[in-house]
Write a protein that binds this ligand. Structure first.
Ligand code: 3PG
Ligand code: MG
Length: 400
């Protein structure tokens, strides 16, 4: 399993060469202020790779997806605001092409001086990017490849996608793993190898169905699995409790009951929840026992007693993986659970990993010191699939 790296590429020399850098600049936007990026962590994460290439004299052509447009241009998902922020963070201009492989992309790349950077428009404005038909994807990958001399994959958050710019492109250009991809993989290897014990995993987020595979994979390996977020209500239901209007995946209740049986002594659920009249920051709300959620209320956060218990479980841990917020942290009255658990993780004397999009954004949105964690991943789905033991198309494509 040999993977060529960014250092190898720079060692070979990139002066004047066009380097196509696949990044994951799929950043969240502020719902109240269109066009305003609410968390630029994924842009910052790719800066070291871009800067190393610039310093070595490469012409850097960055490509990314944003959101899930349907294979055609959609102004809602333009990368234009990302190009602006990218330039600010890089401290250098980022030329923006208004298409991905068309006339604008070609002339933008042709106009790059050595050491200069361009960002091309959203890859997913092209149906070939995500097509299930390998010939359609391949044709798009050919067009991307024509824009550059070599390819660097630094889009860890997208390595689980068998898309043209992640997978097909790597057989069309000499391919290298970027620094971010290498760092992320190194961390996840530590978690899947022989993690120091106790190993505690905290899972949240809205859906059990999204986390089922990772729960199955981790249950035999962890010492404790703490479950919060919207998904805890399906588990509470499986224990026989009514959950009112809380999020519930009825078809997953039996599966959760089975997991609770197999994970007896390992899986911990909240003992109290913050239950509200509606999904709104100004909704009437109160803390109630997890087994007494009123029929007309919905749980939007774990309660303070649960935070104490989860923090206790975390206090002696030597390895922690956390994915998914404990509640609706974007709304102030329902942020305390996520904040409490995040703070407990920062105090752990051991190796701590924050996996993924929402939990990483939560850490920064709540103003928690990022450096207090061992690693904050840029990949949500990607890190979960890695921990599930799946083959990730973006990594496979880099191995030769
Ligand atoms: C993500 O945010 O999960 C990554 O950017 C991948 O995006 P996707 O789930 O739309 O493929
Ligand atoms: Mg995703």
């Amino acid at each position: 399993m040999i993977m060529k790296t960014l250092d190898d590429l720079i060692g070979e020399g990139v002066q004047g060469r066009r380097v196509l850098v696949r990044a994951d600049l799929n950043v969240p936007f502020d719902k109240a202020n269109p066009g305003v990026i609410s968390d630029d962590g994924r842009i910052r994460a790719v800066l070291p790779t871009v800067t190393a290439l610039r310093d070595a004299g490469a012409k850097v052509v960055v490509i990314s997806h944003l959101g899930r447009p349907k294979g055609a241009p959609d102004p809602k998902y333009t990368l234009a605001p990302v190009a602006v922020r990218f330039g600010e963070l890089l401290g250098a201009p980022v030329a923006f092409a208004s298409d991905t492989v068309g006339a604008s992309a070609r002339s933008t790349v042709d106009g790059l001086a050595d050491g200069a950077v361009a960002l091309l428009e959203n890859l997913r404005f092209n149906e070939g990017e995500t097509s299930k038909d390998p010939a359609v994807r391949g044709a798009f990958a050919d067009e991307l490849a024509a824009l550059a001399d070599v390819y660097v994959d630094d889009a860890f958050g997208a390595v689980h996608r068998a898309h043209a710019s992640v997978s097909d492109i790597a057989s069309r250009l000499p391919a290298y793993a970027g620094g971010l991809v290498l760092r992320e993989v190194e961390v996840l290897k530590k978690l899947t190898g022989d993690p120091e014990r106790p190993y505690v995993v905290v899972l949240g987020g809205s859906k059990v169905s999204d986390k089922l595979a990772v729960i199955e994979a981790l249950l035999p390996k962890v010492d404790k699995l703490l479950v919060g977020g919207g998904m805890c209500f399906t588990f509470l239901k499986a224990q026989g409790h009514e959950v009112g209007k809380s999020l519930l995946e009825a078809e997953m209740v039996d599966t959760c009951r089975d997991l609770l049986e197999r994970g007896a002594g390992k899986i911990e659920l909240p003992v109290d929840v913050v239950a509200a009249e509606a999904f709104a920051a100004d909704a009437a709300h109160s803390t109630v026992p997890a087994d007494a959620i009123p029929a007309d209320r919905l749980g939007l956060d774990i309660g303070p007693e649960s935070v104490v218990r989860f923090s206790d479980a975390l206090s002696g841990a030597r390895t922690v993986f956390w994915n998914g917020p404990m509640g609706v942290f974007e709304l102030a009255p329902f942020a305390a659970g996520t904040r409490g658990v995040a703070e407990a993780i920062t105090k752990v004397d051991g190796f701590t990993v924050v996996g993924g999009g929402d939990s990483a954004a939560a850490v920064r949105a709540l103003g928690i010191d990022e450096s207090a964690f061992g690693h904050i991943s840029t990949g949500g789905g990607a890190s979960l699939e890695y921990l599930e033991g799946k083959q990730l198309p973006g990594l496979t494509a880099l191995e030769s």
